[in-house]
Design a protein around this ligand. Sequence first.
Ligand SMILES: Nc1ncnc2c1ncn2[C@@H]1O[C@H](COP(=O)(O)OP(=O)(O)OP(=O)(O)O)[C@@H](O)[C@H]1O
Length: 264
Amino acid sequence: MPITLHDVHHAYPDGTLAVRGVDLTVDRGERLAIVGQNGAGKTTTVKLMNGLLRPTRGTVTIDGQPTAGRTTARIARQVGYVFQNPDDQIFAGDVRTELTLVPRYLRWDAAYTAERVTRAVDLTGIAPHLDSNPNDLPFPVRKFVAIAAILVGTCDYVILDEPTAGLDRPGTRQLLALMDRLRDEGIAVVTITHDMRFVADAFPRVVAMADGTVIADGTAADVFADDDVLARSQLQRLEVAQLARNLHLTDRAIRIDDVLHLIP
Ligand SMILES: Nc1ncnc2c1ncn2[C@@H]1O[C@H](COP(=O)(O)OP(=O)(O)OP(=O)(O)O)[C@@H](O)[C@H]1O
């Protein structure tokens, strides 16, 4: 069962119509990247998916249930949201406590809590830092603490807001490995990001937004090959795509492997 947005609009209290008529479905286990220039409506759209915001017109359903009439806390159990800045999310004075906030709120017993925390720690590689104060940890580790705190919960969909921002290369590799494990568990990942290399490497499906609407929804190769979409969403062509085009090899390259076999 998917997350489904049907004719979704969202107007902020000051009247700004940030999202206008979005239709979008996210299936279990899927990976979807939402791209577009600043102000396109990406953040508003993903906040609508997990109940942080509500449609002012249209409907959002999660696994067949409309979000209308349900609390954000309840929706967040199904759709986890990892904030761009971990410092907006982390509250506790040590990592271990941070990871047990959800279990305490949901009154899980000790055994189930331990099982869920162990899994989240394993997925994110933060085992050496459990007794640390998050403020003492480097930014990439704080980011994985924030991800772990969400993964302790049992959500079927995870939203990652600019997950590679501030990550070094090992951090990005760790993130890619983590996303592979989530896919193996059937957990969907929706990201909003300006990191097109990350999108091309890890997201088979790309949604481009402009002016609060979806202007493209397709494979990464299709979306990145569409000049009109790139212009309207003010996205830069991937370097490898530009190279392949300049060499008259293909218009649809998104990874170096797409090009190498075409070179005579
Ligand atoms: N709280 C708010 N009140 C009023 N307008 C807002 C609010 N938050 C966002 N907006 C406006 O809504 C529109 C869409 O913003 P949104 O944050 O969804 O875009 P975005 O694509 O996520 O941009 P970014 O890449 O900068 O995060 C913009 O015009 C923005 O200025």
